[in-house]
Design a protein around this ligand. Structure first.
Ligand code: XMP
Length: 313
């Protein structure tokens, strides 16, 4: 069935719905700076004005320069915002965990406990989040536990101390982008590459430590820089937990392995590995293995979704 999505009508309807649901109570919006959460936060900002506090939680798992970028956008949009440094708390929550689902659940638990604290301190009653349709579909379908799905899998958000508002929960990525454009959000936001809520933690196979995240953060930056001009849905680095033999300064070392993944997709439900030009792959490999002293090997993932998922965990 062909139908035209009406972004303007959607925004108007969402604003009225949020005003009705909150009935004069305060709300907190969780914003990571991605297109989904920024769009949801901005709609809530339009609906609630001073009754909304938008928070960016620095969990220590963000890409390089990301906290500064997000704060600059929230400032530019004239939103009532707060920066929360919770880096140690998240690393503590993830410590010793190696299993993908266990890590996702530990992240989700910490994320909502932290938000519960903020909601309480603000005297708020609601949490606004940027959950979209595929997040719900994948979690309910048992593919993987997305960090931002609660009610749909029978978890009552009241245990964390709030009710949840999810203005985008029936939309897919292309529609969210249309809404972002309609709202006049900066291009850096409306056209931003998707980035998962649990951030680098799900691209760091095995244990998440500040040291391992630091390696992955630097590799991510290199991959993003070198694939900037290649059309893709997502392009990123993954740090494996296995090690491999290599040579550094003429000596044998047992070092880290980085996987590069660049995929094309419309809605993240299915995806195709992008045929990156060999010159780009070579450049990435050389940069990663020279700029990151512990990395001895760089691999390219040619697997589509399905059978693989986009992220490694
Ligand atoms: P997968 O790995 O399931 O990813 O093929 C599908 C899309 O969702 C993103 N992703 C997440 N986004 N919270 C999010 O907000 C999550 O827990 C999460 N896990 C995966 C992924 O980057 C891709 O765009």
């Amino acid at each position: 069935v062909f139908y035209l999505f009406n972004a303007k009508g959607f925004v108007e309807k969402s604003i009225i719905e949020i005003q009705k649901r909150t009935g004069g109570e305060k709300a907190v919006a969780a914003c990571s700076g991605g297109v989904d959460s920024t769009t949801a936060s901005y709609i809530a900002h339009k609906a609630l004005g001073k009754n909304l506090l938008t928070v960016f939680i620095d969990d220590g798992l963000r890409r390089e320069g990301e906290p500064e970028f997000v704060i600059s956008i929230l400032k530019k949009l004239g939103m009532n915002y707060k920066f929360i440094d919770a880096r140690n708390e998240f690393f503590e929550a993830l410590k010793g965990k190696r299993d993908a689902e266990e890590k996702r659940k530990a992240f989700r638990e910490k994320f909502y406990r932290k938000l519960g604290e903020i909601v309480k301190a603000e005297g708020a009653k609601f949490l606004v989040q940027g959950t979209i349709a595929p997040d719900v579909i994948e979690t309910v379908g048992g593919i993987k536990t997305q960090h931002n799905v609660l009610e749909q899998i029978g978890i009552d958000p009241k245990i964390f101390g709030f009710e949840v508002l999810e203005p985008l929960k029936d939309l897919y990525k292309p529609e969210v982008r249309e809404v972002a454009r309609e709202l006049g959000l900066p291009k850096e936001t409306s056209e931003r590459m998707p980035f998962p809520g649990p951030a680098l933690s799900i691209r760091c196979v095995g244990e998440v430590t500040p040291e391992r995240i630091d390696i992955l953060r630097k590799a991510t930056k290199i991959v993003e820089e070198e694939t900037r001009d290649v059309p893709s849905f997502q392009s990123f680095a993954v740090l494996l937990s296995d090690r491999a033999t290599g040579i550094k300064d003429g000596k044998r070392v047992y070092g880290n392995i980085i996987v590069v993944r660049t995929i094309a997709s419309k809605d993240a439900i299915t995806a195709k590995a992008v045929k990156l030009p060999y010159e780009i792959l070579e450049k990435i490999s050389i940069r990663i293995t020279t700029e990151l002293p512990t990395v001895v090997r760089c691999l390219y993932d040619v697997t589509d979704k399905p059978p693989a998922t986009i992220e490694f965990e």
